[in-house]
Design a protein around this ligand. Structure first.
Ligand code: NAD
Ligand code: UDP
Length: 319
């Protein structure tokens, strides 16, 4: 039995990860400051004697004894990470320093939840790990994109300079149950709008693309990568290679929910990447992994989740 720390463990991806790690017989410490995470996401784990919850902000030091760390703490949706951009940079940079310092002291293996945003608005398509990206350092998305890029640098330097065992995973757009209904991300927005019969808000003309990965595929990729030999650091892309236009996503969600919603076109936000699709050849070769959940299959579970949430009448605080 390993003792595993999941920072950001009460968030969307983190809560699924805590659950999966517990199911595999591990001891799990979930650390979260509840900025975008919710107790509801982990309430069902609270009775498990192998689960502990720590309310803490990773921009501050902490001392824990664990075997592995998954560093997920960081708001992920544009409206949340742009709410307090300085805090987003601090979470990425100071948080990484604190977690890496702890990993160094206790000799724990540490995985960083990096992002496809390190490629920015890419000039290379699809994006492979060799590509250095096209990122605006002074734009609205910079606190997140540059914060995550600096975190990757810190991870690599702690590895090279101090021998810390690191794993860098570049996560592409991921969706599933437990996304926040008000987080402004495209999958949650469209589903909520469709279920409520509101206009579906497409930013731009709907021709820009993303590749959507169901959360279970991501977890499988992260766990397999954590188990690779110590010399393997990544970065590794983990994402679904099926690329969709945003308009196509809107049409599928309208059809699957049977909604009467109409499409409303709004301006595309600044620096919004035009195309995004991962090249996951490295993941196939190294960990025999590729995303297996088809968009409609994943959307079915996500729509069912949001339907339950809306009928429960639960209120969510918005930042
Ligand atoms: P999320 O917002 O649901 O989860 C982030 C969690 O981190 C929340 O529980 C939040 O309260 C917590 N947190 C934020 N700042 C913190 C701090 N300073 N100290 C402690 N806890 C803090 O987002 P998510 O979608 O679950 O994303 C998890 C991780 O995966 C993030 O690091 C994100 O950048 C990365 N990622 C996600 C996606 C995606 O599509 N969901 C894509 C690329 C990368
Ligand atoms: N988007 C949209 N309508 C929405 C929310 C998002 O058209 O209501 C677009 C957004 O401009 C972006 C894409 O969908 O081009 C994915 O947005 P999201 O915030 O989910 O992820 P990210 O931009 O971080 O990849």
């Amino acid at each position: 039995m390993k003792c595993i720390l999941v920072t950001g463990g009460a968030g969307f991806i983190g809560s699924h990860l805590c659950e999966r790690l517990l199911n595999e017989g591990n001891e799990v410490i979930c650390l979260d400051n509840f900025f975008t995470g919710r107790k509801d996401n982990i309430i069902h784990l609270m009775d498990n004697h192998h689960f502990e919850l720590v309310r803490h902000d990773i921009t501050r030091e902490i001392f824990l004894e664990v075997d592995q760390i998954y560093n997920l703490a960081c708001p992920a949706s544009p409206i949340h990470y742009q709410y307090n951009p300085i805090k987003t940079v601090k979470t990425n940079v100071m948080g990484a320093v604190n977690m890496l310092g702890m990993a160094k002291r206790i000799r724990a293996k540490i995985l960083q939840a990096s992002t496809s945003e390190v490629y920015g608005d890419p000039m290379v398509h699809p994006q492979n790990e060799e590509y250095w990206g096209n990122v605006n350092p002074v734009g609205k998305r910079s606190c997140y994109d540059e914060g995550k890029r600096c975190a990757e640098t810190l991870f690599m330097d702690y590895h090279n300079q101090n021998g810390v065992i690191i794993k860098i995973v570049r996560i592409f757009n991921t969706y599933g149950p437990r996304m926040l209904p008000d987080d402004g991300r495209v999958v949650s927005n469209f589903i909520i709008q469709a279920l409520k019969g509101q206009d579906i808000t497409i930013y731009g003309d709907g021709s820009h693309t993303r590749s959507f990965q169901y959360v279970d595929d991501l977890l499988e990729g992260m766990l397999r990568f954590m188990d690779t030999p110590d010399v393997i650091t990544g970065p590794i892309n983990i994402g679904n290679e099926n690329e969709f236009r945003i308009k196509e996503l809107a049409d599928v969600i309208i059809e699957m929910t049977g909604s009467g919603s109409r499409i409303k076109y709004l301006p595309l936000p600044d620096n919004d990447p035009v195309r995004r699709r991962p090249d996951t050849s490295y993941a196939r070769e190294l960990i025999d992994w590729e995303a297996g959940v088809d968009l409609r299959e994943g959307l079915k579970k996500t729509i069912a989740y949001f339907e339950r949430l809306l009928t429960s009448g639960k209120k969510f605080r918005s930042v």
